[in-house]
Design a protein. Structure first.
Length: 57
């Protein structure tokens, strides 16, 4: 069974990526950043597997 992947957003540059866990270093800005879980968990914003529009992009 495939491991679920969340959407993660870099708190520094805003880069988003889909992965089971956030990386140590952002692939975009190359900094050690805090990654915010931007996965949507409610049907109102598209549900599991979608980026929460209030956090994402």
């Amino acid at each position: 069974m495939e491991e679920p992947k969340n959407w993660w957003k870099c708190s520094n540059c805003g880069y988003t990526l889909q992965a089971p866990t956030p990386p140590e270093t952002c692939p975009s800005c190359k900094e050690k950043c805090i990654f915010i879980d931007a996965t949507c968990y409610t049907p109102e914003c598209g549900g599991p597997g979608q980026i929460d529009p209030q956090i994402g992009r």
